[in-house]
Write a protein that binds this ligand. Structure first.
Ligand code: RIB
Length: 308
């Protein structure tokens, strides 16, 4: 079993649920408020660890009470924390509104300490930790320079890189040739290809274009309630999602990425790993919050087996 290094963000999510999204300038009465652990990186690390993977987190936290709770959550879920650097000031904050009727969200992010994760802070630590064959899981809520330096380093160490290109950064295209498995949602896929959001019907062709743009092995586009499409050198695979009641879509993409990495770390092939990831995503949308909704091994096993 290989280990997973997650290099990424730690956020605290302040979540308001309301009947609908407010219009600009409008004051709307919400229905509930809650604070949850969040951040693409932290969510993906916890998602993989809950599914039994050995995960180490490389990231930056603040000294605020929320950041301290975020690190405590890593410990509770068995994610390694010795490579988290703590800075004075605030960690990342996400203000999230969830629309009650659809479970869709709108997120405003203030990166805080995540922006202080410079390349040298990660590469020296990662070099000391990693072994050939380990997995590297990246997203774009930390400086792109750090993502680039980490990808360059993994080339020397024989790691496999999984990049979740969220949020979109136009400078990313130069790095795609260092990425083994690219995971994006339909909006990010469209942005990477220089157009609008991808529809289910366009997804296989869009995935093929992403692969042709330099990604090494696999391009995956997640499609919300429709599941995901995977494109590799053998062609494409549509993976439909089961129909489930949607409470909150926040963190569903992270559940997907974490589950994909956890499955690869156990030696599963990419197509089966993506099948299990679709089910993990569909489990996560049925509960509120990012980190509280990430499934455990037994929850995933109850809904997914390789014979499915
Ligand atoms: O993917 C969901 C996450 O995006 C939230 O937890 C929020 O913190 C933002 O990073």
């Amino acid at each position: 079993m290989s280990k997973i290094a997650v290099v990424g963000s730690i956020n605290t999510d302040f979540v308001v649920r309301a009947a609908r999204f407010p219009a600009p300038g409008e004051t709307l009465l919400g229905e509930s408020f809650a604070v949850y652990g969040g951040g693409n990186g932290a969510n993906q690390a916890i998602a993989a660890a809950r599914l039994g993977a050995t995960v180490e987190f490389f990231g930056a936290a603040g000294r605020d009470p929320q950041s301290i709770e975020r690190v405590q959550q890593f410990v509770a879920d068995g994610v390694g924390t010795t490579n988290i650097i703590t800075f004075d000031g605030f960690g990342g904050i996400a203000m999230i509104q969830v629309e009650e009727s659809s479970g869709q969200n709108a997120i405003t992010l203030v990166p805080g300490a995540n922006l202080l994760l410079t390349p040298d802070l990660v590469t020296t630590r990662l070099e000391a930790w990693t072994r050939p064959g380990d997995l590297l899981c990246l997203q774009l809520e930390v400086p792109l320079e750090t993502v680039a330096a980490t990808l360059a380093l993994k080339e020397r160490f024989g790691m496999t890189a999984i990049l979740n290109a969220a949020p979109f950064d136009a400078r990313l295209s130069e790095l795609l040739s260092l990425v083994d498995h690219l995971i994006v949602n339909e909006i990010e896929a469209g942005q990477l290809l220089g157009g609008g959001s991808i529809s289910r019907d366009d997804a296989a062709a869009a995935g093929a274009r992403l692969l042709a743009s330099g990604v090494r092995t696999t391009a995956i586009i997640t499609l919300g309630r429709y599941g995901a499409v995977l494109v590799d050198l053998e062609g494409h695979l549509m993976i439909p999602a089961p129909t489930v009641p949607v409470v909150d879509t926040t963190g569903a993409g992270d559940a997907f990425v974490g589950a994909f990495c956890a499955a690869l770390s156990r030696g599963m092939d990419t197509r089966d790993a993506a099948r299990s990831a679709v089910i993990a995503g569909s489990l996560s949308v049925q509960k509120p919050g990012a980190q509280p909704s990430l499934p455990t091994s037994s929850e995933l096993a109850a809904s997914f087996s390789l014979s499915d």
